[in-house]
Design a binder for this molecule. Structure first.
Ligand code: MN3
Length: 202
């Protein structure tokens, strides 16, 4: 039993102009496929084989760099694809909207905090919206392919929204303009999926 690259629910060009088709094709078909294959190789014949990805990451020894990098890469991108759609954008509603208001003051204040987390991550990494222990929402950022499920990475909780800020996620379309890419991401966020993730995590 091994992990498989998840299929996208949309075509590579459906997030344009915010995320271009060529970037999507390389990012999903090469980068994410690479993490998936390398994760399978890293856990083969070990005690981690057969466990769920969430169990692997939440119990991970951070010194296990092959699983840290590739298990994180597998999980992070799977979440990332799922929280975007061509019908995305706008603002959340219902319980998630209420929780965002309670945790950040307003949606706009959340957007500023999340955008800053992504823009100020030095080098490669991710920005996250998490349900923290206790139920409050929080924004944080991790380096490389770390994520909030891993213990000891300085960013904890159950992630409900994640944004890849590695250069491979935006360089073809935006070059060095990471803040513009982050602004574009807000036009493709599928808040219905984020709401479902929030309901499951709460
Ligand atoms: Mn990536």
């Amino acid at each position: 039993m091994s992990f498989e690259l998840p299929a996208l629910n949309y075509s590579y060009d459906s997030l344009e102009p915010h995320i271009d088709a060529k970037t999507m094709e390389i990012h999903h078909g090469k980068h994410h496929a690479g993490y998936t294959n390398n994760l399978n190789n890293a856990i083969k014949d070990s005690e981690l084989e057969g466990k769920s990805i969430k169990d692997i990451l939440s119990g991970l020894d951070l010194n296990n760099s092959a699983v840290r990098n590739n298990g994180g890469g597998f999980y992070n991108h799977s979440l990332f694809w799922s929280v975007m759609s061509s019908d995305g954008g706008g603002t959340p509603s219902g319980d998630l909207a209420k929780a965002i208001d309670e945790s950040f003051g307003s949606f706009e204040e959340f957007k500023v905090a999340f955008s800053k987390a992504g823009a100020t991550r030095f080098g490669s990494g991710w920005a996250w919206l998490c349900v923290q222990p206790g139920g409050k929402l929080g924004v944080c950022s991790t380096a490389n392919q770390d994520n909030p499920l891993m213990k000891g990475v300085g960013c904890g909780g159950t992630p409900v929204l994640g944004l890849d800020v590695w250069e491979h996620a935006y360089y073809l379309n935006y070059q060095n303009r990471r803040p513009d890419y982050i602004a574009g991401f807000f036009n493709v966020i599928d808040w219905n999926v984020v709401s479902e993730n929030f309901a499951k995590a709460s």
